[in-house]
Design a protein around this ligand. Structure first.
Ligand SMILES: [Fe+2]
Length: 377
């Protein structure tokens, strides 16, 4: 049979300034009686939740707030959020925050309809029933958790990041509102923005990419090229904020359908073993992996460079990304972040287990991954 390209979009996406304020509409659409707002204390303190609560009150939708989301949530924390939803009788979730809040809500919603714990659903297509409705409102322009069919949950005991990939474990609605990202501080803007760029570049260069995903990712790379430095320098530049959020949308639609590559395979162990923030990990690794991939994907990387506004050729694209990291204040090396040479072999062994290695444009063995970690140390 000829190749068939499948494109899945389980989430209904609304994009535009002010769209977060419409959050009652999707909840009414699905007949929700009570919503659990899943967020963290920083987002609450930034005043991002209060105007949305007001909209729920006006619409007569009961709600409670769970504000105990932590960065890199573990499966025990998801369990706690789920217990809270059960106790208060919530039948829907509103996630307001970054990838951690959204993934916590997505997985708590899976537990509400499927039972069990996160550990029962790790892997591809292991979630039998659709999750309870989740309305996801991102406050970062980065992970794409509001759109993707992936959730990343930590297993702290085994120093692992667990990945659940299922169209039944997604947010039902994503409200993409650039205004909600306005208060994100410069460093978080930088690392979440780089995560988006890595999603776009890895999807574009992936062995699984095809015309539709290529169009989306090239546009995402162009948007990042135009917007990321501006959004870091001036958080109130709403055009730049909108450009970054649009890049999240296009990159996430694509990578949900192609998977990623070596950067993401290598970033998970850095989070699991060394607690390096995901965005920092992928940003530091990206130019090294791009350079490694030039031997198999020079033309692709040249196209990446062109979309970013770099000079011609794959080498120019690599240099551009090194410079971009420096301009937006991202650390250049992993060593100062607490990563040591002795950890490299076990992290490389973990990275090799990722399905992302198989779709990386250049065939990769464990020795290559070890060399890449060491190049970035
Ligand atoms: Fe990522």
């Amino acid at each position: 049979m000829a190749r068939v390209d499948v494109f899945r979009i389980p989430t209904r996406i609304s994009f535009g300034r002010g769209v977060a304020l419409t959050l009652a509409e999707p909840l009414l659409q699905v007949g929700a009686h009570k919503a659990l707002i899943v967020t963290d204390k920083g987002v609450l303190r930034a005043g991002l939740v209060a105007p949305l609560e007001e909209r729920l009150r006006v619409a007569g939708i009961a709600y409670e707030i769970y504000d105990e989301v932590v960065p890199d949530p573990g499966w025990g924390e998801v369990q706690r959020c789920f217990e809270r939803a059960k106790e208060c009788g919530a039948d829907a979730f509103v996630a307001i925050g970054g990838g951690s809040s959204i993934d916590t809500a997505k997985m708590a919603a899976v537990l509400l309809t499927n039972g069990g714990t996160v550990l029962d659903y790790v892997g591809i297509d292991k979630v039998p029933k659709p999750a309870a409705p989740v309305v996801a409102i991102p406050t970062t322009a980065g992970t794409g958790a509001e759109i993707t069919i992936n959730s990343v949950i930590a297993d702290p005991e085994h120093h692992k990041k667990l990945v659940v990939i299922s169209p039944n474990a997604t947010a039902l609605f994503a409200l993409e509102d650039p205004e909600m990202t306005r208060s994100l501080p410069p460093f978080l803007t930088a690392i979440t923005g780089m995560d988006t760029l890595v999603h776009a570049i890895e999807s574009f260069c992936s062995k699984n990419s095809y015309r539709l995903t290529e169009l989306l990712t090239l546009e995402a790379i162009r948007d990042v090229g135009r917007s990321l430095i501006r959004a870091v320098k001036d958080g109130n530049d709403l055009d730049a904020r909108e450009g970054m959020l649009r890049a999240v949308l296009t990159a996430s639609l694509a990578f949900s359908n192609t998977r990623l590559g070596n950067v993401h395979a290598m970033a998970l162990p850095l989070g699991g073993w060394c607690h390096v923030a995901h965005g920092t990990a992928v940003a530091v690794l990206l130019p090294h992996v791009m350079d490694f991939n030039r031997a198999a994907a020079e033309d692709r990387l040249a196209a990446v460079g062109e979309a970013l506004g770099a000079k011609q050729g794959g080498k120019a694209a690599v240099d551009f990304v090194f410079k971009l990291n420096e301009t937006i204040g991202i650390p250049t090396r992993l060593g100062p972040l607490g990563v040591s040479d002795e950890q490299v072999p076990s992290m490389a062994a973990d990275a090799m287990l990722s399905g992302n290695i198989l779709v990386n444009p250049r065939a990769t063995v464990q020795k290559d991954i070890e060399a890449l970690y060491r190049a970035a140390l």
